[in-house]
Design a protein around this ligand. Structure first.
Ligand SMILES: [Fe+2]
Length: 251
């Protein structure tokens, strides 16, 4: 009887889940930092099928206390990976298999819904992780993006308030973005589901500079339904050097 119960436990979803988390979790101490992700991680022009899960720049426990370990583990190891796997399955054998990620996005309105959702889910999450770094007590916004933020939003605090307000106003799941539109102006937009501002049907299009995941899986374990608290904590993790680098890139 005891043996039967033990075998049942070994085959249970709970045990298999715990096993997979143990195998996938980077075994590093808090504060460890991997080599930072380079621009190739998010360059949509150079990425093609088959896609792979990009590594994180940090251990899954390194964003505490602003994003707890369990949230990062679930989000990255299971959800982001699922988007990668499902994108590859959805593209396999289709005419879109040879398209770059950029080509998929600018043809977003023509894509089968599953490919559009999985391509967005893959890249949006890669970009989200790319924008994050270890918590530091003071995060100053570097030049020249600081001056542009002040020009377009009045102040850095004004920008953060606007970003949070847009995030709170998004009904359901999606993303909030800081983008640079075609005129060079900085704009805050939200997109539903796994859409992004590079997709051809997006009402406001532009170059993403920063994003925050507003799906409940990104924060519910730690912040429950308090999306605003999650956004407040998010500012402690933003890698402003990366945002500034994207802002100044001409390629
Ligand atoms: Fe997510």
């Amino acid at each position: 009887m005891k043996k039967a119960l033990f075998v049942t436990f070994l085959l249970s979803p709970l045990f298999l889940f715990a096993q997979s988390m143990h195998q996938l979790q980077p075994q590093l101490a808090v504060g460890s930092l991997f080599p930072p992700l380079d621009f190739k991680t998010i360059d949509t022009r150079s990425q093609h099928y088959p896609f792979s899960l990009p590594p994180l720049s940090f251990a899954t426990n390194a964003l505490n206390p602003y994003l707890d370990t369990k949230t990062v583990e679930l989000h990255y190891n299971l959800l982001h990976k699922a988007y990668v796997d499902n994108l590859n399955k959805a593209l396999s054998g289709t005419p879109w298999e040879k398209s770059s990620l950029k080509e998929l996005f600018i043809n977003g309105s023509k894509l089968p819904v599953k490919i559009k959702n999985m391509a967005g889910g893959y890249w949006n999450h890669s970009f989200y992780w790319y924008c994050l770094t270890l918590p530091t007590p003071i995060k100053t916004v570097p030049e020249p993006i600081s001056s542009s933020i002040i020009k377009d939003f009045g102040s850095v605090e004004g920008f953060k308030n606007h970003f949070k307000e847009e995030a709170l106003n998004l009904f359901g799941s999606g993303w909030v973005w800081l983008i640079q539109d075609k005129t060079g102006k900085l704009v805050i937009v939200t997109t539903p589901n796994q859409d992004n501002p590079m997709m051809d049907f997006s009402p406001v299009q532009g170059k993403p500079l920063l994003t925050c995941d507003l799906w409940e899986h990104a924060y519910y374990l730690q912040y429950q339904n308090h999306r605003g608290d999650y956004i407040d904590a998010f500012w402690n993790l933003v890698d402003w050097d990366k945002v500034n680098d994207l802002f100044t890139r001409k390629d």
